[in-house]
Design a protein around this ligand. Structure first.
Ligand SMILES: Cc1ncc(COP(=O)(O)O)c(C=O)c1O
Length: 389
């Protein structure tokens, strides 16, 4: 039988980079991965115990409320008010999704028509660009400054009649930058004044180091009517496989959001929500020792990489668990990334996946490493880059 091939919207979407790099890693056993953005710890024990108990409850196996289990939504409302300064009783709603990626896709589908534009600060999180393209919209790339901080003038200049939203990711994947409160306020105001949504991805909210502090864009006065704030349990609670994220969104989007959720997910996985309730009871305190450990791992990463100056520069990264290196070379970053795996057994993600096409950049993820492995992994990276560039 002849294979039928259609052109589809997926033709324009980049291949997911983590599995591409993962495929090469599998060919080179013993590779230390500084590739995927995951943490090395799992969920709090009460979350696992709660799941065990829920398995004998018939309601675990049935469809439940689309927006999320009422007990979870209520708990999230308390967390949002206490930690993020977002009062959902004032014009916004909560929706639980199968991870923050799904919340972003839902948001894009809910606020756009085909051909619309959404502005991304570059470097961006690759799945954001992919989601925008899948919705038949255009991701408009706007460069950040040398410290990976947003440039308000450039964002303003990129707005057209088709623009529907500006996206911020802070603490940032892939750069680790924490955006300043002033800059987030200015972006949120710009969006309000120009009739745009501000989509604020805050999945790394707990991961800040030194004096850096995360500020939630949804907490600014007047933000509720145009701000979609996205969160996740994946990182903070070692919950990536349970697929629980959530968002707050303006009340006027309730009907489109409900259509998207009903079609794509119906309701979030009930057993995962039961686990999420118990994880949130453990709360931020569960995550804090891990963040402190990551802070010392980050110190090792930055100290080791500084040996490569001036051929490699690493702008300050006060959050998440990434640094984005700039390497002074005209070589192809994908080719270098492949050589690093094959010849030096260490994996990083090349910059083009994050929109960094002007120059040679690599994202280093250190969240999945224990202290013992991080020194070895970074040592391999430093030696590998020295040998290759
Ligand atoms: C900025 C950002 N947003 C969203 C996600 C996806 O999170 P989730 O596992 O909740 O879908 C990630 C995961 O790496 C991320 O880095």
């Amino acid at each position: 039988m002849q294979t039928v091939r259609f052109q589809t919207r997926m033709d324009a979407v980049q291949a997911p980079i983590v599995p591409v790099i993962g495929g090469i890693i599998r060919e080179v056993p013993g590779t230390i991965s500084l590739g995927q953005g995951v943490v090395h710890y799992g969920p709090p024990q009460p979350a696992i115990d709660a799941v065990r108990d829920a398995l004998s409850d018939a309601s675990t196996h049935e469809y439940q409320d689309g927006a999320g289990l009422p007990a979870l939504v209520e708990q999230l409302a308390i967390k949002l008010r206490a930690e993020n300064g977002i009062d959902v009783s004032r014009g916004s709603r909560i929706m639980v999704t199968a991870g923050a990626n799904m919340a972003f896709m839902h948001a894009v589908l809910a606020i756009t028509a085909p051909g619309d534009e959404i502005i991304l600060n570059v470097p961006f999180y690759f799945n954001h660009e992919m989601a925008i393209q899948m919705a038949d919209c255009t991701a408009v790339r706007v460069a950040t400054d040398a410290h990976y901080q947003p440039r308000l003038d450039a964002l303003g200049a990129a707005i057209t009649d088709r623009t529907r939203a500006i996206v911020t990711v802070t603490p940032n994947n892939p750069s680790g930058a924490v955006f300043s409160e002033a800059s987030l306020r200015a972006i949120n105001t710009l969006c309000r004044e120009r009739g745009l949504y501000h989509i604020a991805d805050e999945v790394y909210e707990y991961f800040t180091y030194g004096s850096a502090r995360h500020v939630s864009s949804g907490s600014f006065p007047g933000a509720a009517a145009h701000t979609i704030a996205i969160y996740s349990l994946s990182k903070a609670y070692g919950f990536a496989g349970w697929r629980i994220g959530y968002m707050t969104y303006p009340e006027h989007l309730a009907a489109p959001m409900a259509k998207v959720q009903d079609t794509i997910l119906v309701c979030p996985t009930v057993v995962s929500q039961v686990a999420a309730i118990a994880a949130l009871e453990a709360g931020r305190a569960y995550c804090e020792p891990h963040v402190r450990e990551l802070a010392s791992i980050r110190d090792i990463v930055c100290a080791e990489l500084s040996q490569l100056a001036p051929r490699v520069s690493v702008p300050a990264a006060d959050g998440a668990f990434y640094v984005l290196l700039k390497v002074e070379t005209a070589r192809d970053p994908m080719a270098i990334a492949e050589r690093l795996i094959r010849e030096h057994k260490v994996a990083v993600i090349p910059g083009p996946a994050f929109g960094m096409t002007d120059g040679c950049y690599f994202r280093v993820a250190y969240g999945a490493l224990q202290k013992e492995t991080v020194a070895e992994g970074i040592g391999r990276l430093v030696n590998g880059l020295r040998a290759i560039i």
